[in-house]
Each structure stands twice: as structure tokens, then as C-alpha cells.
Design a protein around this ligand. Sequence first.
Ligand SMILES: [Zn+2]
Length: 68
Amino acid sequence: MADIADEAFEREELTRQLAIRNRAVPQMTYTGECHNCEIPIDSGYFCSTECRDDHAKFIRAEQQRKIG
Ligand SMILES: [Zn+2]
């Protein structure tokens, strides 16, 4: 019983974390270019996960500047 409950909890936690990660890129529009380094891409918003992370860091820094 306990094992099944733990497993369900873990799966729920994983789904939640995935949702949070996907939310890290809010309201972006497809422009045909990577939003970070501006090289042409076929789909999505970034050419690589590195660029996505870089951009997320940039956005976070911008937000902190506005707050501070
Ligand atoms: Zn890029």
C-alpha cells in the first residue's frame, strides 16, 4: 500500500517539476530565430538548451533589476 502511494506521489512531483520548468519560458512567440543567439531555427524558441538556460538567466536578472 505504502509503496503504491509513494510511487504516485513521486510521479505527481515529477509532473509538477516539469510544468514549472516549462513555465520558465513565458509567452514567447516563434520568430524563426533563437531568442538567445538569433541563429535561424525550424521550431521552438531556442537552438539549444544552453541558449534556453542563458535566456532564462537573462530574464531572471531583468526581473530582479525591476524589483530592486
Ligand atoms: Zn541559440
